[in-house]
Write a protein that binds this ligand. Structure first.
Ligand code: XIL
Length: 360
């Protein structure tokens, strides 16, 4: 009886504390499975939503289709006040042909955000892993290639002007050894292509925040320094997105802090832009154990504690790379894992508690 009352109270509390200013959704979907709330449970009943507890935006990677599901959208609305398109603002999705654009899915994400008073982070104008066929197989001259890329960047930035708060202008341009990644962009446009892309984006929208986004910046000091050196070279950069695809043990917090300091000392805003935590890198688990869930809770707590030390004016926020474990991109890449904050049935993992506690 006692626990039932507690559950109902939490239910009401969550309904009231939604970050969204508009339509409120019902209670905690799926949380009733965890009524006992014992200390060995991998899920729990939250007392607070992420975006209410945080002093900076908390985001999640989404798709238009998922946001079309009312249950999914209800959890996103309650927990997050920033969204990133997991894929649908990438070039392969938007650019049908030179000068021809498909805005539909990206616009649907923006429409969700407008309705729910949610920030949109644009991801990503250029990424070598999301190329439409016409870019991959370009047959014109380098000058023509560059002109098309400029047109594309400016068309996208203009289309979302006033709707998207920020853009990852170039994603993953640097190799692990600090050299330029040998992409189709480098091949056609030369080494200062990143700087030119930032300038074109800035021309198209003087008000939007421009980020460089990459992975392993927190685990690889050589790469972080190479990114910093690159960014020192040009003015229109506002921030850096550190993707934060991390594991439970690595990288060490001190390493993450060192990388963050490189960027904050340059005056850049820092976005932990794609957080997920692999619990099963050695492939020993076939189900999520309490120990692994607890390790994830503690790990996310220390990650957020670290993020909290960044000066407020340089905190862009933190974004989780998906909502539920079953939808994480890591599963198809590495196999069984539980990298996110929610179960497939929308139960709150104790990882969520780790994040909330660090916000408080
Ligand atoms: C991933 C998406 O999550 C997948 O759905 C897609 O198949 C490939 O891209 N770094 C990034 C993200 O910057 O855009 C990637 O997202 C994950 C790695």
């Amino acid at each position: 009886m006692k626990t039932t009352v507690k559950t109902i109270c939490n239910f009401i509390l969550i309904a009231v504390i939604s970050c969204s200013n508009s339509e409120r959704q019902g209670g905690i979907t799926g949380s009733s499975a965890n009524r006992d709330n014992q200390e060995t449970e991998i899920t729990y009943v939250p007392g607070m939503s992420l975006c209410k507890a945080a002093s900076y935006p908390v985001g999640v990677a989404v798709s238009a289709e998922k946001l079309g599901d009312s249950r999914y959208a209800g959890v996103v609305r309650r927990e997050f006040n920033s969204v990133t398109a997991e894929n649908q603002m990438k070039m392969a999705y938007i650019s049908v042909a030179p000068g021809k654009y498909d805005w539909e899915r990206a616009d649907a994400i923006v429409a969700y955000a407008e309705k729910n008073n949610t920030r949109v982070h644009g991801h990503a104008l250029l990424w070598h892993e999301s190329l439409p066929p016409w870019v991959e197989n370009f047959e014109g001259t380098d000058e023509e290639f560059e002109a098309e890329i400029k047109t594309y960047i400016q068309a996208v930035v203009e289309h979302f002007k006033g709707k998207v708060a920020s853009w990852d202008v170039v994603n993953e341009a640097i190799e692990e050894d600090g050299s330029w990644r040998n992409t189709v962009f480098l091949q056609h446009m030369g080494e200062d292509y990143v700087a030119r892309c930032f300038r074109w984006a800035r021309e198209a929208d003087p008000g939007v925040l421009l980020f460089y986004n990459d992975f392993n910046l927190s685990s690889n000091p050589v790469k972080a320094q190479a990114a910093a050196d690159m960014l020192k070279g040009f003015l229109p950069v506002d921030g850096v997105g550190m993707q934060m695809h991390i594991q439970v043990e690595t990288p060490a917090i001190s390493k993450i802090a060192d990388a963050v300091n490189i960027f904050t000392e340059m005056g850049l805003i820092v976005h932990f832009s794609e957080i997920d935590t692999r619990l099963n890198a050695d492939d020993k688990l076939t189900e999520l154990t309490y120990e692994a869930a607890l390790a994830q809770e503690n790990r996310l707590g220390e990650i957020v504690d670290m993020y909290n030390t960044i000066p407020e004016s340089q905190q862009y926020g933190i974004t989780f790379w998906g909502l539920r474990d079953n939808e994480s991109w890591l599963l198809s890449r590495y196999g069984t894992d539980w990298p996110l904050l929610f179960t497939e049935t929308y139960e709150y993992k104790i990882a969520h508690r780790g994040v909330i506690r660090a916000f408080e």
